[in-house]
Design a binder for this molecule. Sequence first.
Ligand code: DGP
Ligand code: NA
Ligand code: NA
Length: 207
Amino acid sequence: MSRGAFIILEGIDRTGKSTQSAKLIESLRKLNINAERMAFPNRTSNTGQLISKYLSNKDYHINDQTIHLLFSANRWENLDFIRSKLFAGTSIIVDRYSYSGVAYSVAKGLDFMWCLQPEVGLPQPDLVFLLDINPEDSRLRSGFGSERYENLQMQKNVSTILRQFAEIENYWKIVDASKSIEDVHEILLKHSNEIINDIQIDKRPLT
Ligand code: DGP
Ligand code: NA
Ligand code: NA
């Protein structure tokens, strides 16, 4: 049996990541592919509860370096879970990963290399989708503005940094997230299905 695929959805706030990852799981399961969804930050663990309080309460102070390391720790906490699922043959679809980790902190002014360091050694995804939308448009979507980072300047900075990742790395796919839910879904399903099949054929290791 070959391992599952490790697939990430990235994008600024309100690009449809949660909707798309849920739909993707549903479609993959209909194709008899084992798939599970995850999201970072995982707000249920100890670190996740601190992060959630920090995001939802703008008066709750944690300094920028400390919250950066907490977000990273929140990913490291799930290392064994991710590895065990993938090696059991289950593909994992994840809302956000190290790229959000770097992008949101660099957007606040922290040093890029400093931000990258705590992410080094986490498993590398097989495929990353950048759900790309004009920050001016994402702002108009429902729910925008309720949490700490949901302001236009921050979103513009994050968008620029995520696009830079997407342009450097060939395992990224930029997807126009202003398209309909169904159109975006079709693109995500096609590429996910392809990578899951490729891994079965070439038995590439998880790195
Ligand atoms: P979400 O639950 O996907 O809406 O994410 C919550 C917020 O936290 C969102 O504004 C993006 C931000 N975020 C997600 N991951 C990280 C991270 O690793 N570091 C930082 N600084 N922010 C993050
Ligand atoms: Na959000
Ligand atoms: Na989300």
